[in-house]
Design a binder for this molecule. Structure first.
Ligand code: DUC
Ligand code: ZN
Ligand code: ZN
Length: 456
């Protein structure tokens, strides 16, 4: 298949220019002015922007969690991704006790491969850091798996890793050029707060926020950063959502440490006031959405370059699942949707003038590709995969659940007004979304082997 996307404005992380993009056999061949290629189809992009597909570095598809499973399986989740301009998703494989890294990934990949509509890779959530697992870091990295997530919470779910685990994992990641990511919150203070609220009958979603407020997340960010600094090991903080944690990242980066921070659109758009709403339970995720001061710090961090990526933590639960916690926040499965909203939201923020389009590309595509080692992704450049999004800046789009492509029966983004919207998504040159319609198919998406560069 060969085509030329003509007359659009090509956006990279550093520039934007009028150019034609020649695609052949799933790859970008060349980008230039007034290209004419014999026999190639023409895609007219006049008045539109042409961008690299987004990489959502943080999704939980068919994720067994909180006594249930997240609502989007690999098909629905990657269908929604394609329709939101996301051409690569990173999902989490949870290591069961006693399992090796590749032993945990193999069945997950077998489940994912026939369902995936866009390309995918995995981070492995480690729960059992045996000497054999530490030893396996290098062999797993050679097979394309260079990143791990350590939960500093979820003791009762059997996911939590303690400080010694974090220390050992950071040590080993430094030796092997791999990357440790942490979900940072303090579990003991959360448990104490929950116990108190339960005794007092304070069980509305607002108390989800109050049981894990700013300081609970900040303490764990600071602790994880402390160990990374001590060992001079790289660290990636997932879903950073609070002011003090942002400050600690900024200080560590300014002191020369390799600390990466990810935040999510829900932390950039909403504040903790959503937990006072009648549908507050639908916004319950962990870490919870914080106050205005934290949101302002995250936007400042984005503008100053201390936030490296925006990803979604996409982990939707259907209304019936969220309703388990209607009268008791501790029973609400934690997670929000976002994979279809990430790129449209960030590009809309660019179109409204809050950030540049280049910044949106850097956060949603180029940086995740660089940090996790997706060498074929993350930029519109000759030789890279033709993961391409066409975006019409003139469309006014209001998000409603009917227009979304997830399996979920509501969206926290309902009614959000976006300036501009994606009109087409290509995954390796294949049109997978056009004008509201999903055109991809299950099994098309491929596992991407990541090759992380040290100090990338
Ligand atoms: N937080 C969530 O809200 N859902 C999935 C996992 C997580 O850490
Ligand atoms: Zn998390
Ligand atoms: Zn997560």
């Amino acid at each position: 298949m060969e085509f030329v996307i003509k007359g659009g404005t090509v956006i990279t992380s550093t520039s934007s220019y009028c150019g034609d993009v020649h695609v052949k056999d799933g790859k970008i061949v060349t980008i230039g002015q007034n290209l004419s290629v014999n026999g190639a189809n023409i895609v007219d992009a006049a008045g539109k922007y042409v961008l690299p597909g987004a990489i959502d570095a943080h999704t939980h598809l068919e994720f067994p969690f909180n006594g249930t499973t997240s609502a989007d399986d690999y098909f629905a989740g990657t269908r929604a991704a394609a329709c939101g301009g996301v051409t690569t998703v990173f999902d989490f494989v949870t290591q069961r006790k006693g399992q090796g890294i590749r032993e945990a990934v193999a069945p997950r990949n077998a489940l994912c491969a026939p369902k995936a509509c866009v390309d995918y890779s995995f981070h492995v959530a480690l729960t059992d850091l045996t000497p054999a697992v530490l030893e396996e870091f290098s062999a797993a990295a050679e097979e394309g798996l260079p990143s791990y997530k350590l939960f500093m919470v979820y003791k009762k779910d059997g996911l939590m890793m303690n400080d010694a685990d974090i220390y050992r994992a950071l040590e080993r990641s430094k030796e092997t050029g791999t990357l440790i990511a942490v979900h940072a919150e303090n579990p003991d203070v959360i448990d104490l707060n929950i116990e108190r609220f339960q005794k007092e009958g304070k069980l509305s979603p607002w108390y989800h926020y109050l049981s894990r407020p700013e300081a609970v997340e900040a303490e764990a960010d600071i602790r994880a950063i402390h160990w990374a600094r001590t060992l001079d090991a790289p660290l990636y903080i997932v879903h950073l959502a609070n002011y003090e944690g942002m400050q600690a990242v900024r200080d560590a980066v300014n002191d020369g440490y390799e600390i990466y921070a990810e935040t999510c659109p829900q932390y950039l758009h909403f504040t903790c006031d959503v937990y006072k709403r009648d549908d507050g339970r639908n916004f319950v995720c962990s870490p919870p959405i914080k106050g205005q001061k934290s949101q302002d710090a995250l936007w400042k961090g984005i503008k100053e370059g201390y936030i490296n990526t925006v990803a979604t933590d996409h982990c939707p639960f259907r209304q019936e699942q969220k309703d388990w916690g209607k009268d008791d926040f501790t029973k609400i499965p934690n997670g929000c949707m976002g994979v279809e909203n990430l790129y449209p939201y960030m590009l809309s923020e660019a179109n409204k003038g809050n950030i540049t389009f280049q910044k949106a590309v850097e956060l949603c595509s180029e940086n995740p590709a660089k940090i996790f080692g997706c060498t074929q992704k993350g930029a519109l450049e000759p030789g890279k995969d033709a993961d391409i999004v066409i975006y019409d800046p003139s469309i006014d789009f209001t998000i409603t659940n009917e227009k979304m492509h997830s399996n979920c029966d509501y969206t926290i983004w309902e009614g959000t007004e976006l300036k501009g919207y994606i009109t087409s998504t290509y995954s390796r040159g294949q049109l997978v979304y056009k004008d509201g319609e999903f055109l991809g198919k299950a099994g098309y998406g491929k596992f991407i082997k990541c090759q992380r560069q040290k100090n990338s």
